[in-house]
Ligand binder design. Structure first.
Ligand code: NAD
Length: 427
């Protein structure tokens, strides 16, 4: 299928380095709690960073070597957990930032996991299924010593899905000479996946949004919502917020956005994207750019696409009352204060999008038990755990007189550093 594989131009605009963005918040939180300098230095850097070469033969016979990454940020609380992203502009710093966010996210959600992240620098839209399968299998084979149900457990992220998780599980199992379902989460249900996993991140975003609305004394039925990104997280968040009675007035994806003040029919948009891959041509309202979408007047803004969408350049123009971060790192660190000064409540990524890793944890538990729960059970457990995490972060932020974001970092860092101190430093 692939005539000639060519790397597209990098997407990144004026964004800051995501790892620096993570560190800026980490530093602020450590300063507030006066974290021991040794522990600070330990937690600052990932414990392991691996770069692998992934040579595969394309459908046209040519050999191309892709670059793959796996970064383990920390394992104080348990085996590391984190998704695998396929993107043409991914780099080590992005994976390092994402791995650290996973450490904090798992700690906040009270999961027995540390944090990791992985990725392959490739453009999946230019690769055939068989090429993607080869990349996935070789990536897994190169990381056999890293992965494992008790070591490091990957999951889906941007441009990776259930099929890719199935190939990871199969490759790992073939090498182990046994069926190892717990090595990866986000698998298809028939081979050990969990009910509710596909919708889990969007469902978690909805749960976090409802919790925040309650604190603000707002009823979801009286709100308008804008969603950036219409993939797994964005589309499910939009669908579930619409089910809660919120009017979804704008949606977007990589092809651009649509604004409709009377509300967009999200189920129709999902059907359209299933057929056409992108929103473009869907006639859902007035066409707008992703930049315009972020600046629309609305109650709830859910950035669910990618990093650094809200920056110091557009933060002052944001008119939402509440931002719920479906994506990882959608707000650059230098935009934080601008949003706080405007009185906008931000539910940070490490809390708002933790529904995915929470249900991944359920999948891992079910794989170990060999017994599977029904969807109502999954959703009830998710609801309880997300609300508990929200409340702990909210109380920490109140107690330390800081934002929800820094409150979330403080809550996570205190937990991980307590575990580190209890385990001791093995020298
Ligand atoms: P996805 O690949 O399913 O969807 C990404 C969406 O964003 C697509 O609609 C794409 O068109 C759109 N997009 C890409 N670039 C864009 C741009 N520049 N402007 C506007 N839209 C753009 O990915 P996903 O799994 O939904 O992940 C989205 C975000 O959520 C990522 O930051 C990811 O790390 C985070 N996240 C995902 C999960 C999960 O379970 N999938 C869990 C936690 C966090």
């Amino acid at each position: 299928m692939t005539e000639q594989y060519k790397e597209p131009a990098p997407y990144k605009k004026d964004s800051e380095n995501p790892f620096e963005s993570m560190l800026a918040r980490f530093d602020k939180a450590c300063e507030i709690i006066n974290l021991d300098e040794g522990i600070y230095n330990y937690l600052k850097s990932p414990v392991k960073q691996v770069i692998v070469s992934i040579p595969i033969q394309l459908d046209n016979g040519k050999v191309v070597a892709f670059e793959g990454y796996r970064v383990i940020h920390n394992t104080a609380l348990g085996p590391s957990k984190g998704g695998v992203r396929f993107a043409h502009d991914i780099d080590l710093d992005e994976v390092k930032a994402l791995s650290a966010w996973m450490t904090w996210k798992c700690a906040i959600a009270n999961l027995p996991f540390g944090g990791a992240k992985g990725g392959v620098k490739c453009d999946p839209s230019k690769l055939s299924m068989s090429e993607l399968e080869k990349i996935t299998r070789r990536y897994t084979a190169n990381l056999l010593e890293i992965f494992g149900p008790d070591n490091d457990i990957p999951a889906p992220d941007m441009n990776t899905n259930e099929q890719i998780m199935a190939w990871i599980m199969d490759t790992y199992s073939m090498h182990q000479r046994k069926f190892v379902t717990g090595v990866v989460t986000g698998k298809p249900i028939i081979i050990g996946g969990s009910r509710g996993r596909r919708e889990a991140t969007g469902r978690g975003v909805m749960i976090a949004t409802l919790a925040a609305l309650k604190k603000k004394g707002l009823n979801p039925e009286e709100t308008t919502t804008v969603v950036q990104g219409f993939g797994n997280v964005g589309s499910v968040s939009a669908q579930l917020m619409a089910e809660q009675g919120s009017k979804i007035i704008a949606i977007s994806d990589v092809s651009g956005g649509y604004y409709n003040e009377s509300g967009i029919n999200i189920n129709k948009a999902i059907e359209f994207v299933q057929k056409n891959k992108v929103l473009e041509g869907g006639n859902f309202g007035e066409k707008i750019s992703n930049e315009e979408l972020l600046e629309l007047k609305c109650d709830i803004l859910i950035p669910a696409a990618r990093e650094d969408q809200i920056t110091s350049q557009n933060a002052s123009k944001i008119k939402a009352r509440l931002i719920v971060e479906g994506a990882n790192g959608p707000t650059a660190a230098d935009a934080d204060q601008i949003l706080t000064d405007k009185g906008i409540m931000v539910i940070p990524d490490i809390l708002a999008n933790s529904g995915g890793v929470i249900v991944s944890y359920f999948e891992w538990v079910q794989n170990r038990l060999g017994y599977f729960w029904d969807e109502a059970d999954i959703n009830n457990r998710l609801n309880r755990m997300m609300n508990e995490a929200f409340e702990f972060v909210y109380l920490t932020a109140l107690e330390k007189e800081t934002s929800m974001r820094i409150g979330a970092y403080i809550y996570a860092i205190e937990k991980v550093s307590t575990a580190l101190k209890l385990r001791g430093i093995y020298s």
